[in-house]
Design a binder for this molecule. Structure first.
Ligand SMILES: *Cc1c(COP(=O)(O)O)cnc(C)c1O
Length: 474
């Protein structure tokens, strides 16, 4: 039955200035050398029969069918199947991403049954195994550096701990991530995991990481790589659950809408990819908190970055959404030169304008809502009262947006992506609902284990010499 699957898949850069490459290179390099993001040269399309054929398949088999055309000839079907089975075998729910019905119309897609209780595990568990496979095939080692405001760090650490070909240096802002989030990172003890608490903000940590990549010499010497959501393989792994959920709710016979709590535009872009691949999606709702650059861009064309406001949904406290560039590429008619010019302008002015035609094109699939803290809290209480469900603040932003959207046909089910387990944010959840969520047993004795991390000033010289003295030679 293999057809398109055995053909190589070619990837191009959104900025049009990089040679086309295959999946393995895209995974290992993350960012394209011209500063753009990689995308498939053409979207693979599933026929109606292909989608019907997903009915009744488990998550792992669905994952193989959806990822196969993107991986192309970089892995055999058996290899891909084995990696998917390993990646999703240790999720705490057999369905990996179970659907829970809230009322007649609203469903929650629970994406938090992985080891760190947030949806980032779905992609990073797979990414860790893909890195391991390709690095051992090439007999290479790399050094991954990243900055985290919480969820990405722990998901990356869980995915890469013990991997002898990768050193991971994860920077978090000292004292500015939640206790649960910090302990999920710092209690993992493995020789290749290095936690650094930076005396500064998340932006300071992020700026240090960017400066390390910009230092060509340092980057080459340590074979630096990244696992943030600009890595195409993360998006690819997230496309799977849109198909999985939709088929369970009647696709391709029935259309569906999805509401997605959004920060870097990675998760919701995966929904866009699913639609381009032929999944009948009626609407994708981009749900933002008060950091609403995406809502302003989609509703009146104003993509301009302001200061970041700290909220109860820290994983969405983002002003510049890196993956939005991938949508902008399509909205620019896939003209890499034109987009590169726009992005250069954005780098200096911090603003971009979407013209009427681009807005209309985006509006065929996307709508957006800005949800403030009060609306978020009301929705958490509504979910508890209505559906007897304790939901996390990020998922509540998504659900609030789903309930507010009026432009969806009444018979269309709306699936909200539940991106974190409520126990990841116990203080906020208790303050708002009066109920304190308990940590699942598998997360175990998080509060009894020792913590391992070093504190460094937000100084390029200090952090790079720390890394140089601890990273294994590449
Ligand atoms: C990362 C994250 C988001 C935002 O996802 P993006 O792909 O960046 O849009 C939303 N909710 C939670 C809990 C997250 O960890």
């Amino acid at each position: 039955m293999a057809s398109v699957a055995d053909l190589p898949m070619t990837y191009i850069s959104t900025r049009g200035g990089a040679a086309p490459v295959g999946f393995e290179e895209v995974l290992l390099s993350g960012l394209a050398p011209d500063g753009g993001l990689y995308l498939p040269a053409a979207w693979p399309v599933l026929t109606r029969e292909d989608i019907e054929g997903l009915a009744g398949l488990g998550y792992v088999e669905t994952a193989v069918r959806i990822m196969r055309p993107f991986v192309g000839d970089a892995l055999s079907e058996d290899d891909l199947g084995w990696l998917c089975a390993s990646a999703y075998g240790n999720f705490a729910h057999d369905a990996v991403a179970p659907l829970v019905q809230l009322d007649e119309r609203h469903w929650m897609l629970e994406l938090f049954h992985g080891p760190t209780l947030a949806f980032k595990d779905v992609a990073l568990q797979m990414l860790g195994l893909l890195f391991a496979r390709f690095l051992s095939r090439r007999d290479r080692r790399i050094t991954i550096v990243g900055a985290t405001s919480g969820d990405t760090g722990s998901a990356a650490i869980e995915a890469l701990a013990g991997n002898s070909r990768i050193d991971l240096f994860m920077l978090h802002p000292l004292g500015r991530v939640s206790d649960v989030q910090r302990r999920q990172m710092t209690t993992v003890r493995a020789p290749n995991i290095h936690n650094i608490a930076i005396e500064g903000s998340f932006d300071d940590a992020q700026a240090l990481v960017k400066a390390m990549f910009a230092d060509r010499d340092f980057a080459r010497r340590h074979a630096l790589s990244a696992v943030n959501s600009i890595n195409w393989a993360r998006i690819m792994a997230q496309v799977v659950y849109y198909f999985y959920a939709a088929v369970r709710l009647g696709a391709p016979r029935r259309k569906l809408a999805f509401s997605v709590p959004t920060g870097n535009f990675g998760d919701v872009f995966a929904g866009y990819v699913a639609a381009r691949m032929g999944l009948p999606v009626e609407r994708l709702i981009v749900a933002t908190n008060v950091n609403d650059i995406l809502h302003r861009a989609l509703s009146d064309g104003d993509y301009s970055a302001g200061p970041v406001i700290a909220t109860a949904t820290p994983s969405m406290d983002i002003q510049v959404s890196s993956n939005f560039e991938r949508l902008l590429f399509d909205l620019h008619g896939r003209d890499g030169d034109a987009l590169a010019a726009s992005m250069r302008e954005f780098d200096t002015t911090r603003r971009l304008h979407l013209d009427a035609a681009q807005r209309a094109e985006a509006a065929r699939l996307f709508s957006s809502e800005r949800i403030d803290g009060d609306a978020m809290a009301r929705t958490m209480r509504w979910a508890l009262g209505q559906g007897n469900m304790l939901i996390d603040p990020h998922s509540a932003i998504g659900l609030a947006a789903a309930r507010r959207t009026t432009s969806i046909a009444p018979e269309t089910p709306i699936v909200t992506l539940a991106t974190a387990h409520p126990a990841k944010f116990p203080d906020t959840v208790e303050r708002i609902t009066g109920v304190r969520p308990t940590l699942p047993a598998r997360v175990g004795a998080l509060f009894e284990r020792g913590e391992y991390f070093d504190v460094l000033p937000a100084s390029f010289a200090d952090v790079t010499s720390y890394i140089a003295s601890r990273a294994s030679p590449v």
